[in-house]
Design a protein around this ligand. Structure first.
Ligand code: BG6
Length: 495
């Protein structure tokens, strides 16, 4: 009952994000009783649809994409009464007048003021015009009740991110602006904070004295598919590292916040980005690797190389793989490398954070008794496996003293029977509640851009590439192995 009557206005109502993520998330929130009794969802777009056609479309989308499977007709019949559609030309002031009228209608029906959430599920070039028009039509003025949600990409580089932030902050208060990084809504990602800050036994070890290095690996089997129109101007560094992977790094590296308030948590996270070492062109040469996938075979099917994907430039130099070795220059992390890698068309889809602890100072067991390798690792598996494992050495049963690596495992599936909510369910609920903890503040976005700009600039100036340089279904270019092998390690993968 903390949630006020709410009107959602979804720009891009007939688009992919609404179909795959937003509509299923809202429906599941409804099913689980998280939506207020008085709510309405107004989808908008250029297509001419009636309310009925819009409801029909979302029904199909939800049936296809919801984690809870096909909708129950008796639930749907009630839910769909809250769905509306409005044809919209976002450039036209009348569109916004129409929104204003509809919102007022709901409010007089409900006999109370409503919270209004404008969700910009549209291409980023529409953000400025929509934001300007909402503000001009005075639809955003009630700062307590009106929120605006934007998705990445927040800018294409530092300068454009600053411009967009300045524009949004001129029109709205920061507390009204919800910048989504959907990784922060993932159940396993939220658990990093719980795991670190609700257990006392980790903190004494969580520093340069005991941790050798950290790996953050987010690999995908999928290629860019039909998104090359966007992706070709972006690449893996912008698409994944600037946001999702650096946010994971911040959660691993941040200092304990004094409480769980949005700004307290975000202050500690932005401290990490500010402490990260900036790259010289020489550092870029030594500490970064980029790659692009060639064609190959996945599960018996031939898949095209990146340059052959629809809408990709046939000579494209856009990277579909990136690996970077970062440092965080502060007391806790001085000298501890953070290896980040991400790529498309890789051998496995998995997102894993590996904390590699230092070796024991002196081994009392004969060398031949150990399996070899490094003794202790904490492996936080974000997806598809949802688990935390602590790897240790133990004696193998038998008459000889032979050591083995064994896992202590916390596995979500084995521990909980309830299905975890999707990231968008968490994030949409938090938007309704007015809790910004899991959203990106403007300064965080800019700090991340500031960090990667030297890499982007140096890459742009150094064009002589041997792309494509890894085949589909591989672990990326060989130089990415070399990047970490030089320091005596290899990329950890879950079996
Ligand atoms: C998006 C990227 O932000 O994240 C995509 O634009 C990527 O390229 C996706 O595939 C990965 O998200 P998830 O939740 O599937 O790991």
């Amino acid at each position: 009952d903390k949630i006020q009557p709410t009107v959602f206005v979804i720009f891009g109502g007939t688009g992919d994000l609404n179909a795959r993520k937003l509509a299923p998330a809202l429906y599941n929130l409804y099913l689980e009783g998280w939506l207020p009794e008085q709510f309405s969802i107004i989808g908008t777009g250029r297509s001419k649809l009636s309310d009925g056609e819009f409801r029909e479309k979302l029904l199909n989308d939800i049936n296809q994409f919801s984690r809870t499977g096909k909708v129950a007709p008796e639930k749907w019949d009630v839910f769909c009464q809250h769905l509306y559609y409005q044809v919209a030309d976002v450039n036209n002031a009348d569109t916004y007048k129409e929104f204003g009228n509809r919102i007022q209608q709901h409010e007089s029906e409900w006999k109370t003021k409503a919270n209004v959430i404008y969700y910009l599920a549209v291409a980023p070039n529409f953000f400025p015009i929509i934001a300007e028009n909402i503000a001009k039509s005075k639809l955003g003025a009630a700062a307590d009740r009106v929120r605006i949600v934007v998705e990445k990409p927040i800018g294409h580089d530092l300068k454009s991110a600053q411009e967009l932030n300045q524009l949004l902050m001129r029109l709205f208060e920061e507390r009204q602006i919800y910048r989504i990084d959907h990784y922060l809504g993932k159940e396993t990602v939220q658990n990093i904070m719980a795991f670190r800050f609700a257990n006392s036994l980790l903190e004494p070890l969580w520093n340069r004295n005991y941790i050798d290095h950290v790996q953050i690996s987010v690999t995908e089997q999928l290629g860019v598919g039909d998104r090359a129109g966007y992706y070709d101007g972006s690449g893996a560094l912008r698409d994944m590292i600037q946001n999702h992977l650096l946010q994971l790094l911040c959660l691993v590296a941040m200092e304990p916040p004094i409480n769980f308030n949005a700004d307290e948590v975000r202050n500690r996270k932005v401290d990490v980005l500010r402490a990260m070492r900036r790259f010289s062109p020489e550092d870029v040469r030594l500490s970064t690797v980029r790659g692009q996938y060639a064609s190959g075979w996945i599960e018996g099917k031939e898949v095209p190389g990146y340059r052959q994907e629809r809408d990709a430039n046939p000579d494209s130099n856009t990277e579909t793989f990136a690996a970077v070795k970062f440092f965080v220059d502060n007391w806790r992390w001085q000298g501890v490398p953070f290896y980040l890698r991400t790529g498309k068309r890789m051998h496995q889809s998995s997102s894993v954070i590996t904390i590699q602890f230092k070796d024991v100072p002196h081994s009392v067991f004969p060398a031949e008794s150990a399996e070899g390798g490094h003794q202790n690792r904490l492996i936080i598996s974000i997806q598809p496996e949802m688990s935390i494992r602590l790897q240790m050495q133990a004696k193998r049963p038998g008459l000889e003293m032979i050591l083995n690596t064994v896992d202590m495992v916390f596995d979500y599936k084995g521990t909980y029977t309830t299905q975890a909510p999707e990231a968008y369910e968490t994030l949409l609920l938090d938007t309704m509640l007015g809790d910004q903890t899991l959203f990106m503040r403007g300064d965080q976005v800019e700090a991340a851009w500031d960090l990667i700009m030297p890499i982007l600039n140096t890459w742009q100036n150094r064009k002589s590439l041997n792309f494509p340089n890894y085949s589909a279904d591989s672990w990326g270019p060989e130089s990415a192995e070399a990047l970490i092998a030089r320091d005596g390690f290899h990329w950890f993968t879950l079996p």
